[in-house]
Design a protein. Structure first.
Length: 190
């Protein structure tokens, strides 16, 4: 389906130079002189690189790619990549780990959204939920008096083996929530 630059939205997939891109961010700009344009950040779904691209709002055609998101459950990982099972049909697929953002935050049994290109049924990427619950398996002990208002962070290893930065009051054994988009500590689970 062909669209114009004015139709671009966050989360939309487009095709440029025979590669599929996900629109991460966009901004419509109308300068005092000259035609309007759209400044965008696009993520290449083949290699994960983010590029900036400017489109003219006047007459430039862009090819939109139809995608479908399907729920899959992470089952295990081996030399071939990450293995997933569809939550309704029980179909199993294998996805290269480079197609999964922050794959080291993915725990066994984690539900992810797998994005398929509908015209050729090719896997484009797998996305973790925005917030995941994890258990801290190791971090330096907190010091009495460290409070939530402290802006200092320390490294902590979580149950998937990933390392995230947490506030000083977090201890080994605490359950926390982590933002998978930024790898940032979100909150402690009581």
């Amino acid at each position: 389906m062909t669209i114009t630059a004015a139709d671009i939205k966050i989360g939309m997939c487009i095709e440029m130079d025979s590669k599929t891109y996900l629109v991460v961010d966009f901004q419509h700009c109308k300068p005092g002189k000259g035609p309007a344009f759209v400044r965008s950040k696009l993520k290449n779904l083949e290699n994960g690189y983010v590029v900036e691209k400017t489109f003219s709002s006047v007459g430039q055609k862009i090819e939109q790619v139809r995608v479908e998101r399907r729920p899959y459950q992470f089952t295990y990982e081996d030399d071939l990549g990450a293995h997933f099972m569809h939550t309704e049909t029980f179909e199993e697929i294998n996805i290269d780990k480079k197609l999964i953002d922050n794959a080291d935050l993915m725990a066994d049994g984690q539900i992810v959204e797998v994005m398929y290109r509908t015209d050729n049924d090719v896997v484009l990427s797998a996305e973790l939920p925005p917030i995941v619950d994890m258990e801290v398996t190791y971090t330096e002990p907190g010091i009495k008096g460290d409070t939530a208002s402290t802006n200092s962070l320390k490294p902590a290893t979580v149950n998937t083996g990933a390392t995230v930065k947490v506030p000083l009051f977090i201890n080994t054994g605490d359950k926390i929530r982590v933002d998978t988009r930024t790898r940032a500590y979100y909150e402690r689970i009581k």
